[in-house]
Design a binder for this molecule. Structure first.
Ligand code: TYD
Ligand code: MG
Length: 455
């Protein structure tokens, strides 16, 4: 018989190495490589007779399946992120930093589904049943029929959830606590996590139950992170937020049954997570309208417009190399904007420190924020506050031109709804709403924008 071969697997990214090393070549993390048996007992059972399947044509299926059957939770923000509710028979991974609120969110979702008459089982590997109940009580969910179990062994979990009537939804909190008798590695390793998740997905496909898997994002790499199972599940959602702020964003990064750029916004309170139906109001909540260096960006998250304030501080430096600090935006994009300002507008910031912050701890990923950032920078440098009733959006290119961005009409509509009557946007923006009451100022280049702000 061939000698059992072990592999060295990085617990952070799953890269397989032929020998142990201190640093993983795949992700650059240190001390994350652990020796594992990749087969983990798979295929060691008694000889299995192969089963013949029969392929079917696409056309023979037409009319049979219209839409993936879903179970909406009634929590609007969660349903928005999943694309209209949990799909039956699918596996969903919810990742996030420890303590961000994953267990809280799922207990609330479980209670909401139980109230709608669904059978929900919450399997906690981290807390005892009494602890989970205490949390449910604080969330006002203790009066629901959510079934609780505290198990970590995969075979025990499957036996537990197979007992009685079939569940509609099973929550496994968390995948890092799963361990199976069939895998030899220690709990929390890539092999154990993958074996456990595979078993859960198989259960979901066989029974039609939705499997919601919680995965902690791990920085130290001692235990496997959710990345190593992302490819196995149908949908991946990340729960993000800043500990210093109360709001949390549920972001869809993969979805086999729906859009991937949607977000759900929540606010953490002492009674759990509260849905935020209008995120713009939250991010614009603490505005100081008379301060120079602040510009309101009309952004988009998926299909939803989000207005957020960007703040810049430009100050003469006392250092040889000026400081550039960015929170909530891409720092290399700031370097690009500063270079374009210098090359095409004569705005030299080589002797200035530049600080940039996106209000509320929000993160902007759209290039459409360029024009808002430029406006905030120039406003701070000139010491002139921007008009309080104006929003900014548009992309800046290296040549100093401004480019139109998508969803112009939606951005402007949201701005009008929130009381903004003016907007500065790229010339030739498509779908500019006609007959609108707002004052839309179209700029055709970056020097044009700078000249308007600096007067
Ligand atoms: P939790 O859901 O346990 O996080 P995770 O499962 O992602 O590790 O949330 C933990 C944090 O949330 C904890 O610091 C306390 C806070 N919290 C509230 O502020 N209000 C609440 O009602 C609950 C249940 C938790
Ligand atoms: Mg938890």
């Amino acid at each position: 018989m061939a000698k059992a071969k072990t592999q060295f697997i990085c617990q952070n990214c799953g890269t397989v190495h032929s020998r142990w090393a201190g640093k993983c070549d795949g992700c650059g993390e240190w001390n994350t490589i652990v020796e594992e048996d990749p087969m983990g007992g798979i295929g060691s059972g008694p000889g299995k007779v192969p089963k013949k399947g029969r392929p079917v044509t696409l056309t023979s299926l037409s009319g049979e399946i219209e839409e993936a059957p879903r179970i909406p939770t009634g929590m609007g923000e969660l349903d928005r992120a999943t694309g209209g509710g949990f799909v039956r028979g699918s596996a969903v991974l919810i990742g996030g930093d420890p303590g961000i609120g994953k267990s809280t969110l799922l207990m609330q979702a479980a209670a909401a589904l139980a109230r709608r008459g669904h059978r929900v089982i919450y399997v906690s590997g981290e807390e005892a049943v009494a602890q989970v109940r205490l949390r449910a009580q604080r969330l006002g969910a203790a009066d629901t029929d959510v079934l609780l179990a505290a198990e970590t062994n995969v075979e025990d979990i499957l036996a537990t959830i197979s007992e009685g009537k079939r569940p509609d939804l099973v929550i496994i909190d968390s995948i890092q606590t799963l361990w199976s008798d069939t895998a030899d590695s220690a709990p929390g390793t890539v092999t154990q996590v993958r074996t456990g998740v595979q078993a859960m997905i198989r259960y979901a496909k066989q029974t039609g139950a939705t499997m919601v898997l919680v995965g902690h994002v791990t920085k130290e790499g001692q235990i496997a992170g959710p990345r190593v199972v992302e490819h196995m599940v149908d949908a991946v959602l990340y729960f993000e937020g800043d500990r210093g702020h109360h709001y949390r964003i549920l972001r869809t990064v993969k979805n086999r049954f729906g859009p991937t750029d949607e977000i759900g916004v929540f606010e953490m309170s002492d009674k759990g997570l509260r849905e935020v139906a209008n995120p713009s109001e939250l991010f614009l909540g603490e505005r100081n309208e008379k301060a120079p260096g602040a510009a309101v960006f009309a952004g988009m998250e998926g299909t939803r417009p989000v207005l957020v304030e960007v703040q810049a501080l430009v100050a003469a430096t006392s250092l040889g190399t000026p400081r550039r600090a960015v929170v909530g935006w891409d720092s290399s994009r700031l370097a690009m904007i500063l270079a374009v300002l210098e090359a095409h507008c004569g705005v030299r910031l080589g002797q200035h420190d530049v600080y940039l912050n996106v209000a509320g701890g929000y993160r902007i990923s759209e290039p459409a924020a360029d024009m808002a950032i430029v406006s905030a920078l120039v406003s701070s440098l000139a010491g002139l506050a921007l008009p309080a009733d104006c929003v900014y959006f548009g992309e800046v290119s290296l040549s100093g031109a401004v480019r139109p961005v998508s969803h112009t009409a939606q951005r402007l509509k949201e701005a009008e709804k929130l009381g903004f009557s003016a907007a500065v946007l790229p010339a030739a923006s498509p779908d500019l709403p006609k007959g609108s009451k707002g004052k839309w100022r179209e700029v055709d280049s970056l020097p044009d924008l700078v000249a308007r702000i600096a007067g």
